[in-house]
Design a binder for this molecule. Structure first.
Ligand SMILES: NC(=O)c1ccc[n+]([C@@H]2O[C@H](COP(=O)([O-])OP(=O)(O)OC[C@H]3O[C@@H](n4cnc5c(N)ncnc54)[C@H](O)[C@@H]3O)[C@@H](O)[C@H]2O)c1
Ligand SMILES: [Fe+2]
Length: 324
């Protein structure tokens, strides 16, 4: 375990059922922002998750641009298209509303539209130099924990997944509203829930940067996720199970943002980038082999030669070969 470590997370996390429209309107006014850009995807629009927020913005006479072209595992091309639109609209706030794909895209739009940075030069750890626009994130899946991580994952034109990692990408505000997740289809609930469980597992077992705060968060995340994932899959409208999943995923995100994920994610990313398998599912596919590989083998204690000599010599019947 690291002796000295730093723990960083989002500035503010609000957990409140059914309050997203009111809260976004109020917080936007506090920051004196008037031209928000919402980054989302077609599935979120189709599920009607934005309707309430959009009518509240309209009532407050706030001009809103909605970019809903994000796709799963967002590409660099889609992100640059959104940045272009944000610049043209002179957006003064970016709101990522959706799963990890929409939130990751929103982080980069806030950065690239708020500075002179270019996407090609910010890939990697600590490469961001510029400032970003104010950023709010609203998760609608319980998986990535992107609302509390300094990470954005992009699928490049070359079919590779690359990450931008910088504290600048941590949002000003994350809103966890479980009512947004009740309509999440069972297969998405399962895949995203497994992603969160892998975040907790990898943060807890990480050799690099393992620290007591992440450990504590990972354990509580695992408790919430493992006790609620079946219920959330079987009875999607169970708000308690949904909220526990959302908080569990957020805690797992906080844990792995500071004690990073490892081999499971490293092997899952190329599978996702190449075959467009949902992120949680690609993690699930490689989880068992990696855990098996990582389990320390018991070291047999070697008896001393004196002990061996002192043992009575037993005559044993030859064993039958079983082939196992
Ligand atoms: N930033 C990070 O720290 C981090 C961590 C892990 C993964 N990721 C990235 O996040 C992405 C995956 O995100 P994800 O697993 O949340 O999936 P996603 O954002 O790709 O969404 C999956 C699908 O679920 C739909 N959906 C989302 N919310 C819904 C709701 N409430 N009701 C109905 N449908 C809904 C979407 O429309 C989409 O079709 C990948 O690109 C992955 O690399 C980022
Ligand atoms: Fe993940």
């Amino acid at each position: 375990m690291s002796r000295s470590f730093e723990f960083a997370t989002s500035r503010s996390i609000l957990v409140s059922r059914g309050a997203v429209g009111d809260e976004l309107t109020a917080r936007m006014a506090t920051l004196e922002c008037r031209r928000p850009m919402i980054i989302t995807d077609a599935g979120v629009i189709k599920a009607g998750l934005l309707s309430n927020t959009l009518s509240m913005f309209a009532r407050a006479s706030v001009e809103t641009v909605v970019f809903s072209e994000v796709v799963a595992d967002p590409s660099d091309a889609v992100i640059l298209q959104a940045v272009e639109q944000a610049r043209r609209a002179k957006a003064d706030l970016v709101i990522g509303f959706g799963g990890g794909s929409s939130m990751d895209a929103a982080k980069l739009v806030a950065l690239l539209a708020g500075s002179d940075e270019r996407l090609e030069t910010v890939y990697g750890v600590g490469m961001v130099k510029g400032k970003r626009l104010p950023l709010f994130l609203v998760p609608t899946t319980s998986g990535t924990g992107s609302e509390v991580t300094p990470i954005a994952i992009v699928t490049t034109g070359a079919g590779e997944k690359k990450g931008v990692v910088s504290a600048t990408l941590l949002p000003d505000l994350a809103i966890l509203d479980a009512t947004l997740t009740v309509g999440l289809p069972t297969h998405v609930t399962a895949a995203t829930g497994i992603d969160a469980m892998v975040h907790a597992t990898e943060a807890y077992t990480s050799k690099r940067l393992k620290n007591p705060i992440s450990d504590c968060l990972a354990r509580e995340a695992m408790r919430l996720l493992s006790q609620n994932i079946h219920q959330a899959c079987r009875q999607g409208d169970n708000l308690t199970a949904r909220e526990n999943m959302l908080i569990g995923a957020c805690l797992a995100g906080m844990a792995f943002a500071n004690a990073p994920v490892a081999a499971v994610h490293a092997l899952a990313y190329p599978v996702g980038a190449r075959f467009h398998v949902p992120h949680g599912l690609s993690n699930a596919l490689v989880l068992a082999p990696v855990l098996r590989f990582n389990i320390p083998l018991p070291v047999p204690s070697t008896p001393s030669s004196a002990e061996l000599l002192a043992r009575p010599q037993k005559r044993t019947k030859p064993r039958r070969q079983t082939g196992l």
